[in-house]
Design a protein around this ligand. Sequence first.
Ligand SMILES: [Zn+2]
Length: 312
Amino acid sequence: MPSKIDFRIIESESTFLHPGKGFTPAAVQFQVRIDPLTGRTGHFSHFGAIKPQKLPMTDYGKPEIKGFCPFCLERRDKATPKFTTEVLPEGRAVKNEAVLIPNLFPYDVHSGIMIMTDDHVVPLERLTEGRLLDAFSLGIEFLKRIRIINPGLPYCVMSWNYMPPSGGGLVHPHQQYFATSFPGNQFVDELKASEEFCRTQDSNYWAELISEEQRQGQRYIGRIGSSHWITSFVSLGILGEIMCIFPDVFSVDDFTDEHAYELVSGLLKIFQYYQSSEIYSFNASLFIGPVGQRHFSCHLRIIPRTFLNMRD
Ligand SMILES: [Zn+2]
């Protein structure tokens, strides 16, 4: 049976007079790849030309560079807000080092920040299983609670910008958890396209993607429990992207402690790989669809980030 998923690649090249070859004509290849779900394109180019830059981790802890951090223990209690009693009677949710607070600059009606650690500078090797599990399980619990309080916010997002190259506002490890009616362009495009795929192909795109990637064996990394880990055909980052797909998780109600454990187990392997590749920063997002649908499976995307140079 032919695959329902089409990985389209347009191979092309650019010819110019090369300065390193006595200005004789040289043809350099590139690819344009078309995302099989959304039809968005990605340019696959400058292979190996970008190397991650080492970050000045010890400097991040120095007072003159650190500046004001509301998440540090000595200020946290006074400087960070508390939830109203309707949302969280205890004001802040705590699980070991993980502390959930409202965002002073909210993205939506219920917008939470997960402070993940007591320490301000936490390199990848110290993002331990315990710290990650506490943050994710407390965050998912919060999303489930929002769904009960306000079922009118159908889409759930976790976003995590780790270290300055990711655009993170603070070095202190933290994640955002919120439910919304407006989940962003990437989410909306995928949601619409997944619905359309389900209608026209009579199957779930995400399950099809997993089996096609397993069959082709080029980008499929592996499975942990019910989670499948794949490198993206069209990456959103310049240093590649890894996706974790939970084909049977459609809404936040389906997301169990077991899923959180699988997610964390996979992330720990990625962080080991990042350390061996001298990657120090990333963006990660977890997308969870609305209750009552079976076409948009929960998935996480994670991309390495770097400054292009440290001179500036
Ligand atoms: Zn801090």
